[in-house]
Design a protein around this ligand. Structure first.
Ligand code: GRF
Length: 201
């Protein structure tokens, strides 16, 4: 499959996906990495692996729809089968989402449907949850609300902080996300009738 990855920052999940493509665990190739923020480290990670690294800077557009038009033009040059949001921090309109429905994945640092949106680790600590985790879902127009494909959980201990939770969660994300991207690439995972279908073979 042909994969395009959208990022806004560090790109550690991008790196995990790059590594899984390189070692053959994902049957596909990453044809481009696109950031909405210039100069972020994830773009360097792409360049180090000879993947085209592009920026579509949202601050250069007058409206969300102008930005999204430029973004989707840039994406569509590469004709991706799979569009991966990896720490991409812009909310996407329903028009944009519709264009990639069933092809677009996101990873979110909570056990959805708990804690959509920002500051998930803080909210977990405030609520005294003993369990936390990360979720991969198909992207629909509802923020962090699309069909959940897979999750990994961690235990929250008394000494955990936002930073330690972030670390624990990212370790899990770096295993989970490449696995799910691989399923969408090899056809084991499909989006049908608004639901996630995983072939259990
Ligand atoms: C991840 O924790 C992901 O769950 C969230 O943003 C973070 C991205 O980290 N959506 P990185 O840029 O992949 O290092």
């Amino acid at each position: 499959s042909n994969i395009v990855v959208l990022i806004s920052g560090n790109g550690s999940n991008l790196q995990a996906i790059i590594d899984s493509v390189k070692n053959g665990a994902i049957e596909g190739r990453i044809s481009a990495v696109i950031s909405n923020r210039p100069g972020v480290y994830g773009l360097e990670r792409a360049e180090k692996s000879d993947i085209p690294a592009l920026t579509v800077d949202h601050t250069e557009f007058a409206s969300r729809s102008d930005f999204e038009q430029a973004l989707s033009q840039t994406i569509d040059q590469f004709q991706p089968d799979v569009l991966v949001l990896a720490g991409f921090m812009r909310i996407l309109s329903s028009e944009f989402v519709q264009h990639y429905l069933g092809k677009m994945l996101n990873i979110h640092p909570s056990l959805l449907p708990k804690y959509p949106g920002l500051n998930t680790h803080r909210r977990v600590l405030e609520n005294g949850d003993k369990e936390h985790g990360t979720s991969v879902h198909f992207v629909t127009a509802e923020l962090d609300g699309g069909p959940i494909i897979a999750q990994r959980s961690i235990h929250v201990t008394a000494d955990d902080t936002e930073e330690s939770l972030q670390q624990k969660i990212q370790q899990q994300e770096h295993k989970l996300y490449p696995e799910v991207v691989g399923w969408l690439c090899n056809g084991r995972l499909q989006f049908k009738n608004g639901q996630a279908w995983l072939d259990n073979q």
